[in-house]
Design a protein. Structure first.
Length: 255
């Protein structure tokens, strides 16, 4: 991904920018942006990509934990600098802060795409979703629980050979230090009432995740896309870029 970077002060996020066209802000999850968005460089032919490293992920400022509330504040500040707002794409844990940023500044959101974001509150009563919540909690709270670790890595789509990569190991240090997704309580109705175009994407690899994404889409009055083939790593599927491009183009035309 060709880009320029900016990190004007120690408190600011490191941001990569590249391409031309309407602005698209890509927010990574538990792995850093270089891994998460490795296959999105081709989008620069039609879109201006804005790709921050969330706080705690180098070269952005360090943080004691992942915190979707901090992410949301960072994203609102970043979005406010872009004339006309952005198309916001949030993946996994990064989708929590993205959803809250859209709630806080709906007038600056051209569209919202959420990719397997753990917005448990949308379907907390569903038993298959509750199993995902419990697994996430066990992984974070019980470092010695080898079974929970195996199950969580499988859910996250982390292949054994990836564990040897230094960049991935550095990101994984943040996986157990986080504000729990259970605490995320977005006002979905604020986003829906603002008539922000919404797309919710899943990878068809886990029934609970499918039920969760269905519920999120319903609460946000959004569209749904199911892109199997890469598990949780949905942006790595061949269909992701065309699906996202079609959605963003339709949202631009509707403006």
């Amino acid at each position: 991904m060709s880009s320029r970077t900016e990190s004007d002060s120690p408190a600011r996020l490191h941001v990569r920018r590249g391409g031309s066209g309407p602005p698209v802000l890509l927010v990574h999850g538990g792995l850093g942006p270089e891994v998460t968005w490795a296959r999105q460089a081709e989008l620069e032919r039609e879109w201006s990509l804005i790709v921050p490293s969330r706080r705690g992920y180098a070269p952005s400022p360090p943080a004691a934990q992942q915190d979707f509330l901090v992410d949301a504040a960072d994203l609102v500040s970043l979005i406010a600098e872009v004339p006309g707002g952005v198309h916001l794409v949030g993946y996994s844990y990064g989708g929590l802060g993205s959803c809250l940023a859209a709630e806080a500044a709906p007038g600056l959101i051209r569209s919202l795409t959420l990719v397997e974001a753990p917005l448990w509150s949308a379907a907390a009563e569903d038993e298959s979703v509750r199993r995902l919540m419990v697994l996430s909690d066990r992984f974070a709270a019980e470092p010695a629980n080898a079974q929970a670790e195996r199950e969580f890595y499988a859910l996250a789509g982390l292949a054994p050979d990836m564990l040897s990569r230094a960049d991935i190991r550095a990101s994984m240090a943040m996986w157990r230090e986080l504000r729990s997704p259970r605490e995320a309580q977005p006002r979905f109705e604020t986003i829906a009432e603002a008539e922000i175009p919404v797309l919710v994407v899943s990878g068809e690899h886990n029934p609970g995740m499918e039920r969760l994404c269905d519920a999120v889409a319903a609460r946000l009055r959004g569209s749904r896309a199911r892109l199997p083939g890469a598990g949780h790593a949905v942006p790595r599927t061949a269909a992701f870029n065309p699906t996202l491009t079609a959605f963003l183009t339709a949202a631009e035309r509707a403006r």
